[in-house]
Design a protein around this ligand. Structure first.
Ligand code: G3D
Length: 176
């Protein structure tokens, strides 16, 4: 964790956002180490940067509640090439909150036209919502005119669908 780039050679920034408990830390551990580990909801951990490859870095933010007011958000939104938005696809009670958080981020001037990948996480659990349900709850079709977007299911815990998802993110960035 930490800053893996210097000011002269800044890699393409991919933002990983989502409400607390969506599974961002678990996903980050997966990407970092290829294994899952215990996670804790510490704010410090969830604000970090990971180098995915030489050209791409991933910055992680919780976007629940008051946390959206973080002062240096703008800096990260500014240079971002893609947004990966993680949702807990079993948590029906927080879909509306996730929808609002996503809308708020995407309405920022700096996010204009930036491609969006939604990860419907926790697909390993039997009560998870379908891709179509998550897509509708988050009102993704309403973004079609403004940006490229995709939604994929995954299990950060089991590491399922992650490689596919980030390959798709890379494609979205290239197309953009
Ligand atoms: P956050 O970083 O977005 O806040 P975490 O979320 O990564 O801390 O995950 C919150 C809880 O969801 C954790 O459980 C974690 O193990 C679990 N979780 C994350 N991804 C998955 C997944 O794909 N499948 C399942 N079944 N669980 C997942 P605890 O019990 O530690 O709170």
């Amino acid at each position: 964790m930490g800053q893996h780039f210097n000011k002269n050679q800044k890699p393409a920034q991919v933002l990983l956002m989502g409400l607390d408990s969506a599974g961002k830390s678990t996903l980050l551990f997966r990407l970092q180490q290829g294994v899952t580990m215990e996670t804790s909801p510490t704010v410090g951990f969830n604000v970090g940067t990971l180098e995915l490859d030489k050209r791409t870095s991933l910055t992680v933010w919780d976007v629940g509640g008051q946390r959206t007011m973080r002062p240096n958000w703008k800096y990260y939104l500014e240079g971002s090439k893609a947004l990966v938005f993680v949702v807990d696809s079993t948590d029906r009670s927080r879909m509306a909150e996730a929808q609002k958080a996503l809308k708020r981020i995407l309405s920022d001037e700096n996010m204009k036209g930036v491609p969006l990948m939604v990860l419907a996480n926790k697909k390993d659990l039997p009560n998870s919502m379908t891709i179509r349900e998550v897509s509708n709850q988050l009102e993704l079709p309403s973004y079609t005119d403004q940006r490229s977007w995709e939604i994929q299911g995954c299990s950060a815990l089991q590491g399922l669908g992650l490689q596919q998802a980030f390959l798709s993110v890379a494609k979205l960035i290239r197309k953009h």
